[in-house]
Design a binder for this molecule. Structure first.
Ligand code: SIN
Length: 475
């Protein structure tokens, strides 16, 4: 692992050391993995300047060149898959098998945008008179700044940096202070792959406020992209207003997972396990409110209880582990507070309450969850299954949609007419039908309502980094 572990910010192709250091901890052991240096204001400014200088050169490169560099980056990430996955498990906690899956998922964005780099087509617009020719074409926006979360330390980085580079934009990234090591390893590999100096800068810092303000308020940064909570997203959006930046926001969700009585219940439970327990429930697309039609409620709860009991909670480096630790103590405390509040208001826990110590949280199944409980309205971000019984289709649709969020939704049904009705009526940016795992580099990921703005992945993800220029020529 040691050959890909770095402790300083990466600016203009070099590591940038400061005297202020902080510890990156392993959530499994709560021990320090390494001390990293905390960027200062000078470093942030240097990164913006470096990205600006790099953009001038990068925008003049052709798409095939950028595509080839991205393809080399993809190959290097795959070549170092095991090392990156181990690094991820150490700093983030997810089981190694999931970390390996995330490296492939993250690399998938690089490969996809290596291909898409060559497809940023413009338009020839039919002329409206004999004397003019009208066209439009796409150009890179400019310097991009981004802030990424700790739950997917590789995929959330590549999902932003690869399309930006494909478009011809340089990047200043601030990864979560909890998981900077994967981002630094990615930047190092990008550099080895041929990213020109200054095209991909990584700022390591515990001071998200200072870095966020400098990045959002800089006139040189033309686009800002964020993945994280809706609350922080709102603040960053407001900060971006002063310089009218383009923004992409992948924010919070509160995903409904609906099981209709005509569903294949075994498949529904399998799908729910994926949608709920991936990364221990720490995903924005995690199933948060599980609606089960009353006539099949007991069957679903029985099947689920049997499957959940078999899950092994432990250190992600242990082969047997299905659920790793939560990211830090406050995350576990929040999960436990939500469970306590729900139980105080009438929710029933299936099975015993097990305290595992450290950041480990045993899975919890709650039935009789109601909208009066905090757990109904907040992303639980942990391994808790909250079950709500319903009777009618119209009732469950109203309940599912009655939240300010609209990221992912899931439902299980074998009635084709119902499948069309529900997928059209759900007010969410992504819908899984008889499927609990929907994320895919080739498809547009994103939400509606307070879950965000813009799309990542798919051909849509490239447009987020391109401006359209209309050209009117008199002949
Ligand atoms: C997220 O939780 O923010 C992203 C999850 C995914 O890409 O599947």
């Amino acid at each position: 692992m040691s050959d890909l572990i770095f402790s300083d910010s990466f600016i203009n192709g070099e590591f940038y050391k400061t005297d202020t250091r902080f510890s990156v901890d392993d959530p499994a052991t709560e021990k320090s993995i390494i001390e990293v240096s905390d960027i200062d204001q000078t470093g942030v400014q240097q990164a913006i300047n470096a990205a600006h200088g790099a953009f001038i050169k990068l925008k003049a490169t052709n798409a095939t060149t950028r595509s080839n560099v991205l393809m080399r980056w993809f190959e290097l990430v795959i070549q170092h898959k095991q090392t990156l996955a181990e690094l991820m498990t150490k700093e983030q906690g997810k089981p190694l098998k999931e970390a390996l899956g995330e490296v492939e998922y993250g690399a998938g964005f690089i490969k996809w945008y290596a291909e898409q780099a060559k497809r940023s087509y413009g338009d020839v617009i039919p002329a409206t008179d004999d004397n003019h020719r009208l066209t439009s074409f796409k150009q890179p926006i400019g310097v991009v700044a981004g802030i990424t979360p700790w739950n997917f330390p590789i995929a959330m980085v590549t999902r932003k940096v690869a399309p930006a580079y494909a478009a011809g934009c340089s990047f200043v990234l601030k990864p979560s202070e909890h998981t900077p090591l994967c981002a630094l390893a990615l930047a190092y590999l990008a550099d080895q792959a041929g990213f020109e100096q200054g095209t991909f800068n990584v700022l390591v810092s515990e001071n998200a406020k200072m870095v966020g303000e400098l990045l959002t308020e800089s006139g040189a940064v033309r686009k800002f992209t964020f993945t994280g909570s809706t609350g922080v997203g709102k603040q960053l959006l407001a900060q971006c207003a002063s310089t009218i930046k383009r923004t992409s926001m992948e924010l919070g969700g509160n995903a409904p997972f609906i099981i209709f009585d005509n569903a294949d219940l075994d498949e529904a439970v399998t799908g729910l396990m994926g949608a709920k327990f991936r990364n221990g429930g720490q995903t924005c697309v995690a199933a948060n409110r599980i609606f089960v039609q009353r006539s099949v409620l007991d069957q679903v709860v029985d099947k689920l209880a049997k499957t959940v009991t078999a899950l092994k909670v432990g250190n992600g480096l242990d082969d047997a582990t299905d659920i790793g630790p939560l990211i830090y103590p406050e995350a576990k405390q929040k999960v436990q507070e939500l469970v306590t509040d729900a139980k105080a208001k009438g929710a029933v826990q299936i099975g015993d309450n097990v305290e595992l110590g450290g950041n480990y949280q045993a899975p919890v199944i709650l039935t009789d969850v109601t909208p009066e409980m905090d757990i109904y309205h907040q992303e639980v971000f942990g391994p808790v299954v909250s079950i709500i019984a319903f009777d009618e289709e119209a009732e469950v649709l109203a309940l599912a949609n009655n939240v300010p969020y609209g990221l992912a939704a899931y439902f299980y049904s074998q009635d084709i007419k119902q499948i069309y009705r529900i997928s059209e009526a759900l007010e969410f940016g992504m819908v899984g039908i008889n499927e609990g795992l929907i994320s895919n580099p080739v498809a547009p990921f994103g939400g509606v309502k307070q879950s965000g703005l813009g799309r990542e992945g798919g051909h849509q993800g490239l447009d987020e980094y391109l401006e359209e220029k209309y050209v009117c020529m008199k002949i």
